[in-house]
Design a protein around this ligand. Structure first.
Ligand code: CO
Length: 298
């Protein structure tokens, strides 16, 4: 991956990570307040992204608004008319960046406060908190996953096995280190001086995600990045939305199509569980220091 983006956790970098975490957390809280029955997903996503910019940050990635059996990777397209309905289980996944230092956090909202899935939501929040308590440099990766899976199963649900947390580097949202949501047998140890996101997903179904249609979120294929290219100049190497591109250029659809054809850009598919299953998610970003654990989005 992009080893040049490997973060050295000096105090300046830590301050930027903390600031990014605080803006990301506040943006998530703001997003929850917008999640009312009848609200347009487009207004929620743009409202949250504008909030981040007003606070002095930039989005780490397009706001993900995923509903019911969708786990992740849907963002509204330009002119999207999709609305929230009472009873929808909405995952809001959002992050802010300061100078390429990223945060990533998520929460699940029951639209209209129906209360039907509060235990599913609680299972992910509790799993996240219990996993964070276990964190220390040197812990086996599988132990973190085991903690997450055990808590979710104790509530009677299934952890999603093929989604999980991830390392975070500068301008690099999904770097090495995969943090599973169950005991995956990975005996490797968690290294100190890194930033990670932990994101338990719980399902009322089997806990296996598959790829759906494109979710309007794209990324530059990093090995081929040209520094003078418009996407790189505006968004660097973080994921970007078709909406963002539409605001900075004419004929953005044509440009995207050409960039995909030449394999310089790829689109993320929506990640979804079987129809009829419900998915909840909670997420925080955490600095693993040599002698301190800091939840930047707390
Ligand atoms: Co994440």
């Amino acid at each position: 991956m992009q080893s040049l983006n490997k973060v050295v956790l000096n105090s300046e970098v830590k301050n930027k990570l903390m600031q990014a975490g605080k803006i990301g957390r506040d943006a998530l809280e703001f997003g929850k307040s917008l999640a009312e029955p009848g609200a347009y997903l487009l207004d929620i996503a743009e409202g949250i992204e504008n909030f981040i910019i007003e606070q002095g940050g930039k989005p780490s990635f397009p706001v993900n608004l995923s509903i019911n059996n969708e786990a992740a990777h849907y963002t509204p397209y330009p002119g999207d008319r999709k609305k929230l309905s009472t009873g929808d289980l909405l995952k809001i996944d959002v992050g802010a960046q300061i100078d390429g230092y990223l945060s990533d956090n998520a929460a699940t909202v029951e639209v209209g406060n129906t209360g039907k899935y509060s235990d599913l939501i609680d299972s992910t929040r509790e799993a996240l908190n219990q996993a964070i308590k276990k964190l220390r440099p040197g812990i086996a990766i599988r132990e973190i996953g085991k903690q997450i899976g055990t808590v979710i199963e104790s509530h009677g649900f299934h952890p999603v096995k093929n989604l999980g947390g991830h390392g975070i580097n500068r301008y690099d949202l999904h770097s090495e280190v995969f943090i599973p949501n169950f005991d995956d047998g990975n005996g490797k140890q968690l290294k100190p001086e890194i930033t990670i996101a932990i994101e338990p997903f719980a399902s009322t179904g089997p806990g296996l995600i598959h790829n759906g249609a494109g979710g309007n979120i794209y990324i530059l294929d990093s090995p081929r990045v040209r520094q003078d290219e418009i996407i790189y100049k505006n968004f660097n190497t973080v994921p970007f939305a078709e909406r963002w591109l539409a605001k900075i250029m004419e004929n953005h659809q044509r440009y995207l199509k050409d960039m995909m054809r030449s394999r310089e850009v790829s689109q993320f598919p929506v990640l979804k569980e079987h129809r009829g299953s419900m998915i909840a998610q909670s997420e925080h970003t955490i600095i693993i220091g040599s002698d301190e654990i800091i939840v930047t989005t707390a």
